[in-house]
Ligand binder design. Structure first.
Ligand code: SF4
Length: 384
C-alpha cells in the first residue's frame, strides 16, 4: 500500500568540542579541516542520492530535515545553508519543511542563532540535560545551567518559535527532588517541546568508571519511576502534552521529523553512522568519519550494512514504534498496508498485557496506558 506520509531527511554531524563520559553516539573530536571536507562529502552524498535511490523521488516529498549529532551547531550557518539547498534541489525538500538543528548551549550566541535562522533552520533542539551545575559536571558537559537558561531567550530573540529542550533523569547521585528542580526550570523557560530521557549507563562508558571511582550511584528503580511520572504530570499541567514515551509538546509542536520513525515512515540519512529506511530496505553508513570521507571522495558506496525487511519485520517494527505514541497505533491501517490481520497475528500475545492494564484496545486503536508506558519494554517484546 503506498505511503501517504511525507518522507524525511536526516544529516549526521559527528563532531563534538569534547566527548561526554556517557556518550554512545557516533561522534569524534572537532577538527576544522575535517569538518570542511565532511560538509563537502555530505553535499556529494545528497546529490548522488536520486541516482542511488530513485524510488525515493516517487513518494511524497520530504517535509523535514533533521541535523543530528554529535554537535551540528559546530557547523557554520553557511555550511548548514549549503546542506539545506542540496536537500531542496536534489531531493525535493519542501519549502515549508521543518528544519531542526541540534545545538549545544556552549556553541551558541545570538548572532550565530540569527544566522542559522537566516540559513533556513526553523527548529532548535538544545541538549541541556540538567539545570544543576554539579550534575552537568558529573556528565562532562561543557555548558553550565546559566548558559542553558540564556540560550532559550537568545533563540526567541533570533526569531525561533519552535524550541525544544532535552533533559536527562536518573543521573548519578540525583534525587527525585533534584530532578524535579530541573523539570521546573525547564517549564519556567516555556519551551515548545521537550524530550525527557532516562540516562542509560552503557557497559563501556567512561561514566561507569567515574561512578565506580567516585562512589556515585543511581537512585533505586522506584525513584526512577517517580521521576518519570512526576515530570510528565508537571509538564502536562504546564501545557506540554505528552505525545510519546519521552516527548512532550505544546499543541502543533510535536517533532514532525521524529514522527517518521514512530509512524512507519521512510527517510534517507546522510553522513557517518546514519541509518536509512526506504520501503523494504534498511541500511547503515560506515561509522568512522575518516572511512566515510575516503569512500565519498573515491566515489564509492558508503553503505556498511544493508538488510531487506520482510513485511512481517516492518509490521512488527511499525507496532513497536507506534506504541510509543500516546495516540497509539491504528491496527486497521497497518493491517491494510501489510495485508495482515494484525489482531489475529498478535492479539493472543497481547491479551495478557491488556488484562494487566498495560495496554488498551478501543475499536481498532491499540495504545499503552500510563502504567504501560513505564513498562513499555514488556509489551513491545511481543513484536520482536
Ligand atoms: S555532546 Fe552529545 S554527541 Fe557529543 S559527546 Fe556529548 S553526548 Fe555525545
Amino acid at each position: 500500500m503506498p505511503r501517504s506520509l511525507n518522507s524525511g531527511l536526516y544529516v549526521h554531524i559527528p563532531f563534538c568540542a569534547s566527548i561526554c563520559n556517557y556518550c554512545n553516539f557516533t561522534r569524534s573530536l572537532f577538527d576544522p579541516d575535517l569538518k570542511r571536507r565532511y560538509v563537502d562529502a555530505l553535499v556529494a552524498e545528497i546529490r548522488e542520492a536520486p541516482v542511488r535511490w530513485p524510488a525515493f523521488l516517487e513518494r511524497p516529498e520530504p517535509d523535514t530535515l533533521y541535523f543530528g549529532g554529535g554537535t551540528p551547531s559546530l557547523l557554520e550557518p553557511e555550511e548548514i545553508a549549503r546542506l539545506i539547498e542540496a536537500g531542496r534541489t536534489s531531493l525535493g525538500l519542501r519549502g515549508e519543511s521543518e528544519v531542526t538543528l541540534e545545538a549545544n548551549p556552549e556553541t551558541i550566541s545570538v548572532g550565530r542563532l540569527r544566522r542559522f535562522r537566516g540559513a533556513g533552520v526553523n527548529r532548535l533542539s538544545f541538549g541541556v540535560q540538567s539545570f544543576r551545575n554539579q550534575e552537568l559536571g558529573r556528565l562532562g558537559r561543557l555548558h553550565d545551567a546559566e548558559r542553558a537558561r540564556e540560550v532559550v531567550g537568545w533563540a526567541r530573540e533570533a526569531g525561533f518559535d519552535n524550541v525544544s529542550l532535552d533533559l536527562m533523569m536518573w543521573l548519578p547521585q540525583q534525587s527525585v527532588s533534584q530532578w524535579l528542580e530541573s523539570v521546573d526550570e525547564l517549564i519556567a523557560l516555556h519551551p515548545d517541546h521537550a524530550s525527557l530521557y532516562l540516562l542509560e549507563v552503557y557497559p563501556n562508558a567512561p561514566l561507569r568508571d567515574d561512578m565506580a571511582r567516585a562512589g556515585w550511584s543511581q537512585a533505586p528503580d522506584e525513584d526512577a519511576a517517580a521521576m518519570y511520572e512526576e515530570a510528565m504530570t508537571r509538564t502536562e499541567v504546564a501545557g506540554l502534552e505528552q505525545y510519546e514515551i519521552s516527548n512532550v509538546a505544546r499543541p502543533g509542536k510535536r517533532a514532525r521529523h521524529n514522527m517518521k520513525y514512530w509512524r512507519d515512515g521512510d527517510w534517507l540519512a546522510f553522513g557517518c553512522g546514519a541509518h536509512s529506511t526506504l520501503d523494504e530496505a534498511r541500511w547503515k553508513n560506515v561509522t568512522s568519519t575518516l572511512d566515510y570521507l575516503a569512500r565519498v571522495e573515491a566515489g564509492d558506496s558508503v553503505i556498511a550494512e544493508r538488510r531487506t525487511l520482510r513485511p512481517h519485520d516492518r509490521l512488527g517494527e511499525a507496532l513497536f514504534m507506534g506504541l510509543r505514541l500516546t495516540d497509539g497505533v491504528d491496527l486497521r491501517a497497518l493491517g491494510e498496508r501489510y495485508a495482515v490481520d494484525v489482531w489475529a497475528a498478535y492479539g493472543p500475545r497481547l491479551e495478557p498485557h491488556l488484562e494487566a492494564g498495560l495496554a488498551r484496545k478501543t475499536g481498532e486503536c491499540l495504545r499503552l496506558t500510563r502504567r504501560g508506558r513505564l513498562l513499555a519494554n514488556e509489551v513491545m517484546a511481543v513484536f520482536v
